[in-house]
Design a protein around this ligand. Structure first.
Ligand code: ADP
Length: 558
């Protein structure tokens, strides 16, 4: 049932000594279900339901849950955000805390926007401040040194507001290669900035220490620099701060400043979040999604993730406190692109975008129902009364947020499906095995799709194995549209799916907008504008071949 890639990943990091995947799922289900006993319920039934969902590869929780469940100090969440205040004490206290989180398997996001800019006054020493970017380098080195459990290095997100005086330095921080490798960078973009860009207005950079205007720059000039760097290297990404805060379910607890490393989970300082994803390929029946079954899966998954909040062994008291106050969970999806293939719908089509929205609307709606039921039974999250929910007619709610679309980088490999809402990167995956031998496996959904139509010939199989694509074959145009890979799909459609998914997702959506190598800087700017106008919470582009190291290589590009 598991692909060779899945076997390799499971053996390398997930399975304890002598464990089979079924043992692992039993371990995870049993551990998480213990929370039921705390709530005075029968944990065996819950454990059995959770185990079956994972055994069927219908639902998988984020990696730390799979790896750490059952351990003495089991830290189960993937996402954390820590505050960085404008003092040496805070900077190094948070660095220490981040190291502890990395050690436990989590990733950390930080906003460096509260730090005074480089060359600003330091009253205690009478000297000059070093600025956010220099501290990011210290964090990076520390992350490099503290390897996580089974040789997994920590991952970080650094955010800087677009009106911080050091913003240019931040935007170009990764220009010299081989620095800040343990960081993803995102610029926190405000509505005011986007309006200044649209109007061609100047724009003030403000010292966060005293609110003083340090200098005024052309908003378009700054935007062009951002676009150029993203065009060159895919970084920084954009984090649309005002959009994110418009959807803050607990504004009384403070504003969002940063998300987790892969940017799909905005969190308040010290909050953590556990993610889990539904493999939609297991829920296709009769030429459609089986929404009845999906409903059941969502309800069980919400119960699972909610129990993780109670059973989790938090790495810091402040994290335990902030997380239990809002009880945020992030249920998402994976395998979407393959569902489109199974249903014979091109990813690049209105029909597909509509289906993305319909699926997420259904999942978020059902997840809220599940959370409201749990809230009525076990109590709402403690900050409920001060949240947006009473005003929207909810009498109870167990979790301040219910949905997030994670990248599912590893769990989609284990589940054997496409990741998150991404199109297939290639129709075949090549991985180098022993002695440089290359093993190529053609995607099973693609093989089925072509076989059902009597189109899976030896020649086509050969082309897919070598090119990872059918773009240059004599297959009918419609077939090529359905089997188009990420780099063959116009960037517009990537953003259309991102926006459709975001509209119905409580937290953020992980998505890389793939662009062809020939894409221009104007094309990147257009994508940024489309994402902002479409209500996305963030966006990242990747121009083919722009970064030397490509994580996934799917066949050679013919
Ligand atoms: P997985 O498939 O392993 O569960 P995802 O690719 O969905 O993980 O990533 C989800 C989140 O997990 C990321 O946004 C990040 O917060 C965290 N994460 C991913 N990779 C790492 C890593 N190497 N180190 C620390 N945290 C990570």
């Amino acid at each position: 049932m598991f692909s060779s890639e899945a076997e390799a990943v499971l053996q390398a990091r997930y399975l304890k000594d002598g464990e089979t995947p079924a043992d692992m799922f039993r371990r995870v289900a049993g551990h998480v279900a213990q929370a039921e006993t705390r709530n005075g319920r029968d944990s065996f039934r819950a454990a059995d339901e959770y185990r079956r969902l994972m055994d069927d590869l219908v639902f998988l929780p984020n990696s730390p849950t799979l790896i750490n469940a059952g351990k003495a100090r089991a830290q189960l969440a993937a996402c954390f955000v820590l505050p960085v205040d404008d003092s040496l004490t805070s900077i190094f206290e948070t660095l220490k805390n981040a190291a502890l989180i990395h050690q436990s398997g989590g990733g950390t996001g930080f906003s460096f926007s509260r730090l005074r800019p480089a060359c600003d006054r330091v009253s205690t020493t009478g000297g000059e401040a070093s600025g956010p970017v220099s501290f990011m380098h210290i964090y990076d080195v520390a992350t490099q040194v503290v390897k996580q459990g089974a040789a997994r290095r920590g991952a970080n997100m650094a955010v800087l507001r677009v009106d911080h005086p050091d913003i240019e330095q931040f935007i170009t921080a990764k220009r010299s290669h081989d620095v800040l490798n343990n960081f993803n960078l995102s610029v926190a973009i405000t509505d005011d900035f986007m309006q200044a860009v649209a109007a061609g207005r100047p724009y003030a950079l403000v010292n966060p220490r005293n609110g003083g205007v340090v200098k005024t720059v052309a908003a378009r000039g700054l935007f062009s620099l951002l676009v150029r760097m993203a065009w060159e290297s895919g970084e920084p990404g954009l984090f649309f701060l005002d959009t994110v805060n418009r959807y803050n379910p607990t504004p009384g607890l403070g504003a969002f400043e940063a998300p987790n490393p892969c940017s799909e989970q905005p969190l308040l300082p010290y909050e953590s979040c556990v993610l889990g994803s539904i493999n939609l390929t297991r829920l296709v029946a009769g030429g459609d999604i089986d929404f009845g079954r999906l409903r059941q899966v969502v309800h069980t998954a919400v119960s699972f993730l909610d129990n993780v909040i109670d059973i989790n062994d938090y790495p810091l008291p402040a994290v335990a406190e902030a997380t239990r106050r809002t009880r945020k969970i992030g249920l998402g999806i994976m395998g979407l692109a393959e569902v489109f293939i199974m249903l014979d719908i091109p990813y690049a089509s209105e029909a597909a975008v509509k289906l993305t929205g319909r699926i997420l609307e259904f999942i978020t709606g059902e997840a809220r129902q599940a959370s409201a039921l749990l809230g009525a039974e076990r109590g709402s999250f403690p900050a409920f009364a001060a949240s947006v929910y009473p005003g929207r007619g909810f009498a109870a709610m167990r979790n301040a947020t219910v949905t997030t679309i994670a990248p599912t980088g590893t769990i989609s490999i284990i589940a054997g499906c496409s990741s998150g809402i991404e199109p297939l990167f290639a129709l075949a995956l090549s991985r180098r095995v022993l002695e440089g031998r290359v093993l190529t496996s053609v995607n099973r959904t693609v093989v089925d799709y072509l076989s059902q139509r009597n189109l899976y010939t030896e020649e086509i199989a050969e082309t897919i194995a070598t090119c990872g694509s059918v773009a240059d074959t004599a297959l009918p145009a419609r077939i090529k549209e359905v089997l188009a890979t990420a780099r063959e799909i116009a960037p517009y459609w990537h953003v259309a799916h991102l926006a459709a998914a975001q509209m119905f997702t409580d937290n953020g959506v992980s998505k890389t907008v793939n662009m062809p190598h020939e894409a221009s800087e104007a094309d990147v700017a257009a994508i940024f504008r489309q994402a902002y106008a479409g209500g996305c919470k963030g966006v990242t582009v990747y121009r083919d071949g722009s970064r030397a190291e490509q994580v996934l290589t799917g066949g050679t590009v013919c």
